[in-house]
Design a binder for this molecule. Sequence first.
Ligand SMILES: [Zn+2]
Length: 187
Amino acid sequence: MMMRCEENDFRCQHPSYEDFDKITAGELSNPIDANSLVNMSKYCMKLPVDNDFVIGDMGYKLFLKVLNGQSGLYHLWIDHEHCGDHDTHTMLGVYVGKGPPDIRIASHIKERWPHVVDLYATFNPMKNRLSKYYEQLFLDSYNFILNRVENTGTDKLYAVWDHERHFMGTHLNEVSNISKTQGFDDW
Ligand SMILES: [Zn+2]
């Protein structure tokens, strides 16, 4: 029997990033594998990009505020499929970038994100030198529809998240803690 994800481009079980990992293993003494970067990132949140549905002050700026002062590698994602057979969410990478994530991601949203499309962002803090390296390797390995320059990669980059990572994300508590919106009374 074919599993749902097998019919749809990418198997959600044991996602492989073999070519990418081979390169980092050859070039770095302590490589971070792609699975850790895209599927186990420190930060992973769905960002409320549609102002019509924002509750109180809980817009995307607040969701990004918890990253204030940090720097590193970030990715932007959209839904690719929900594999009901394995209860996973496969995500398609649409952008990779580096720098202060709160500022950069906010400007992507403001300048060119279609507000009807759900947006997910992941982020891994790292030194600028390293985030430059990983950004370039992602661009060399994968095609991102929103990266317009230096993107020679041709494969699609998929991430696979479980329901909790997809639905709740990693920082919902931190976001609610800095929100001035207190519970349902403010709706
Ligand atoms: Zn599956």
